[in-house]
Write a protein that binds this ligand. Structure first.
Ligand SMILES: Cc1ncc(COP(=O)(O)O)c(C=O)c1O
Length: 403
């Protein structure tokens, strides 16, 4: 039985919650594949690479060394120290170990923060297009998402003026990712400085800066908003191992935060999940402090694929494409197809478009509506060049039938 309003025993909390659109799309693709169809799935935000061998070896070693027990709730000291070193080295951020909380994925880190910081009715400014889970996690915490839209004409980046216009007495948090999932846009140092100018005078506002795609940045050095003047005590920097180290299944994320926030998150986590997996944390500490060559090689591979999808999708009439500067997503605006039909299916919105591609091209992508952007779809290019080339061929063919 699905979770709907026809199951009244369930809490209002879960009934109000939308299912994750990316997970749902991946499941639909799996179902179609199980029926014998050759489906190319470009819907999930997961590197197609395996975790580098030296990280796996560190986990195996840790298992053999007996790291099989509960860990301290905020994380093994060794990992928290490694995270402090990483923050200083890569982000110019000074944290001590009491300001670090390791969780079962950055998703849990963000949930800890929202459950810890929000009271009912508190407003959270979310830059759209946004990562699917932000909206629901904020609502779970009782917060009110205040979504700031940005289309392709502004490179999918929210302007300082939009932020200024959205701030009220109830604004408690500003939440965004850079590099951004789903658009690949990167907020530059200048972009962030201008946003900081707007936020800084409002002392009740904290920023959650989700930097999980930090290492998949094609523009050069990553910039952390928390390192900007006046933002040190006002920013929670979220990061994790899923993307840069191809460790999605290990479930490891972390925050660097003002001490009072870190303590509260550890208290929350202590009642939910306790500390993250012991041997995984040992391997994660090793990952942060060892040779990053595998990470940079993955980034180079993503860059090559970005060129491929940019060129391929950009050549399809009516597709508007930007130049994603990071992550591994492209977010074409396909509003030119709204109102068209192949004679059987009519495309009225991005949901129709995503379903049309899945059923007719057997290519799974995700409708932009899941990310607060109704004119677009997200394609993850974390797939082989052969798969991407074939997917683009199928998309072009299918879209060519829409008149
Ligand atoms: C922007 C963003 N933040 C956080 C996460 C969650 O990462 P984790 O696997 O560490 O929970 C994702 C995963 O897709 C993401 O895209």
């Amino acid at each position: 039985m699905s979770v709907t309003t026809s199951t009244p025993q369930l809490s209002e909390r879960i009934l109000r919650m939308q299912e994750s659109a990316t997970i749902k799309m991946a499941q639909m693709a799996r179902d179609l594949r199980a029926k014998g169809n050759d489906v190319i799935s470009l819907s999930l935000g997961e590197p197609d690479f395996d975790t580098p061998d030296h990280i796996k070896a560190a986990a195996a070693q840790a298992l053999n060394d007996g790291f099989t027990k509960y860990t301290p709730v905020p994380g093994l000291m060794e990992l928290r120290e490694a995270i402090c070193t990483k923050f200083k080295r890569d982000n110019d951020l000074d944290f001590d170990v009491n300001q670090i909380v390791v969780s079962n994925g950055a998703k849990q880190s963000i949930a800890n923060l929202c459950l810890t910081l929000l009271n009912d009715g508190d407003e959270v400014i979310i830059f759209a297009p946004y990562w699917v889970s932000y909206f629901e996690i904020v609502r779970l915490g009782g917060g009110v998402p205040v979504v700031l839209k940005s289309g392709i004409e502004q490179d999918f980046k929210v302007t300082p003026q939009q932020v200024a216009d959205a701030i009220t007495d109830r604004t408690k948090l500003v939440l965004f990712s850079s590099p951004c999932n789903p658009t690949g846009s990167v907020y530059t140092k200048e972009d962030l400085e201008a946003i900081v100018e707007v936020i800084r005078p409002h002392e009740q506002i904290h920023v959650i800066s989700d930097e999980i795609y930090e290492y998949i940045n094609f523009t050069g050095k990553h910039v952390s908003i928390g390192a900007m003047p006046g933002m040190r005590d006002r920013t929670i920097t979220v990061n994790g191992f899923s993307k840069g180290f191809a460790m999605t299944g290990w479930r490891l994320g972390y925050i660097g935060a003002p001490t009072w926030i870190a303590k509260a998150c550890a208290k929350m986590q202590g009642q939910f999940t306790s500390g993250a997996t012991a041997f995984g944390q040992k391997a994660a500490a090793h990952a942060l402090l060892s040779d990053m060559t595998p990470t940079y090689e993955m980034r180079e591979a993503f860059l090559k694929r970005r060129e491929l999808v940019k060129e391929g999708l950009g050549a399809i009439p009516g597709f508007k494409i930007n130049n994603p500067q990071g992550a591994f997503y492209i977010f074409p605006d396909i509003s030119a197809y709204f109102g068209t039909s192949d004679g059987t299916n009519t495309i009225n919105n991005a949901n129709d478009f995503a379903e049309y591609l899945l059923m007719n091209a057997h290519v799974a992508i995700v409708s932009g509506s899941a990310f607060g952007a109704d004119n677009c779809f997200r394609l993850s290019y974390a797939a082989s060049e052969e798969q991407l080339t074939e997917a683009i061929r199928r998309i072009a063919e299918c879209v060519g039938k829409l008149k």
